[in-house]
Design a protein around this ligand. Structure first.
Ligand code: CMC
Length: 424
């Protein structure tokens, strides 16, 4: 990031003229630095939903929404999805560079050997209703981990917490599923890679020899890579905001999971499948649904469509659309929902309403079709999104804490309530 002396923005208001520095990112993004605005002029800015507000500078993820570009630490998402593994990408996001072979081996070994949960943790799951949605279960479980690891948060401890969270998140997710079924938990297996181990804990039982399908494990690993970071989205901003008070990493990640659950964010992947199934029940006719999505008086939206930043295409959706067919073919499952999704996409992309608003399929549009083909229950979809997003959240949290400009997050407001009145 540079601050060019010759680059200033001037804000005129009344008889004030305020000069504001302009900062330029490495991809030539320009931003007006208003951090001293209030101090110098008494003014604040107003930007509901933060569409024009940069909350930080960051060197982790770059998105060009107009061109449909997504890069982690400079590497295009298409290349990482094809050539990398989730643990390698996690390292990249957290440490800034791809790991050398020995670093990756050490990281993988540490993650593999921290997957178990303390046996006392079993009581935590037993306290919750079997019908519990796994997202609040995971959010609560991650927050509860802080009660097992209470040491002061030194840099060394943060490193350990990062390993523990990556290692234990799949175990927590799988245990929440097993609890809902009333089945015994499956212990993690140290012989399996990250994604295979998750599949083993999800679908294995002590009564059979569940064999992980390598095509499925590879597809899951790729899905995790695609979700691993997405700069300052709602949940990541939440993680940064909570962490900015110096709340610990467990608490910050737990709040990120809660933010992700909402249907406009990560929760959309569950809603997409529910929408496709509803359309399938109506014999595949998408027209009625699209009419409702376009009606301003109806709150229905075409789930998995639209994005705050992407105004061309979401590169993750493009990759997933290609992968859907491969997974379904290899599993020999039904492609009915994929066919409905593709038809829906085609109709929407030729419809003026969606064209005028630059609405394209986002990552959630096709991910659910793959999750469902693999056999994940619908309410686990957003949990898998959270598993994928975890390294991104932690990389962003750490970057924030190391930033010399780090301050507690505290936006202002324009007050519109009653002026002073007497209590009588
Ligand atoms: N279906 C129908 N209309 C839509 C949709 C949609 N999916 N998305 C946006 N619009 C319309 C919206 O009604 C508005 O129309 P108008 O200008 O006539 O009032 C216009 O497009 C702009 O929408 P917005 O709500 O101002 O856009 P936003 O940037 O605030 O919201 C969004 C982005 C993702 C929340 C929104 O597109 C949406 O609700 N999509 C469906 C939910 C979804 O798929 N979420 C997953 C996002 S990607 C994964 C992630 O990172 O979480």
């Amino acid at each position: 990031m540079t601050t060019g002396n010759d680059q200033k923005a001037t804000l005129s208001y009344g008889d004030q003229k305020i000069e504001l520095p302009v900062v330029v990112g490495t991809e030539d993004e320009h931003a007006i630095d208003i951090s001293k605005l209030r101090l110098e002029s008494g003014l604040i800015t107003l930007d509901p939903g933060y569409g024009s507000t940069g909350s930080c500078s960051s060197s982790i993820t770059f998105i060009d929404g107009e061109k449909g570009i997504l890069r982690y630490r400079g590497y295009p998402i298409e290349q990482l999805a094809k050539k990398s593994t989730f643990l390698e990408v996690a390292w990249l996001l957290i440490h800034g560079e791809l790991p050398k072979a020995d670093q990756l081996a050490d990281f993988t070994s540490k993650v593999t050997h921290h997957t178990m949960l303390h046996e006392d943790f079993g009581r935590f799951f037993n306290a919750l209703p079997k019908s519990a949605h796994p997202m609040p279960v995971c959010a609560a479980a991650i927050a509860a981990l802080a009660t097992f690891y209470q040491e002061p948060e030194t840099d060394q401890k943060v490193e350990e917490t990062i390993i523990r969270l990556i290692a234990k998140m799949p175990t927590i997710a799988a245990y929440s599923y097993k609890h809902s079924l009333g089945q015994p938990n499956m212990y993690p297996s140290n012989n399996l890679d990250y994604s295979s181990n998750f599949l083993h804990m999800m679908f294995g039982t002590p009564c059979d020899d569940y064999e992980v399908n390598p095509v499925v494990a590879k597809a899951l690993d790729m899905l995790l890579i695609l979700h691993a970071d997405h700069e300052q989205n709602c949940s990541t901003s939440t993680v940064r905001m909570v962490g900015s008070s110096r709340a610990n990493l467990f608490a910050s990640i737990s709040s990120g999971i809660s933010a992700l659950w909402g249907s406009l964010h990560g929760g959309a992947n569950q809603k997409v499948i529910e929408m496709l199934e509803a359309i399938a029940q109506e014999h595949g006719s998408a027209d009625k649904f699209l009419q409702r999505a376009k009606d301003r008086d109806d709150t229905t939206r075409l789930m998995g469509f639209g994005h705050r930043v992407y105004k061309n295409h979401d590169p993750r959706a493009t990759i997933l659309k290609g992968a859907c067919g491969d997974v379904i073919n290899s599993l020999g499952g039904s492609s009915q929902l994929l066919e409905i999704a593709m038809r829906l996409e085609e109709i929407a992309l030729n419809d003026d309403y969606f064209i005028e608003r630059n609405l394209y399929p986002n990552v959630d549009f096709y991910s659910g079709v793959i999750y469902q083909a693999i056999g994940f229950p619908v309410n686990m979809f957003t949990v898998i999104f959270a598993m994928g997003r975890l390294p991104g959240w932690m990389a962003q949290w750490r970057e924030m804490r190391a930033d010399p400009a780090f301050r507690i997050g505290r936006p202002r407001q324009v007050y519109t309530g009653a002026t002073e009145r007497a209590y009588e």
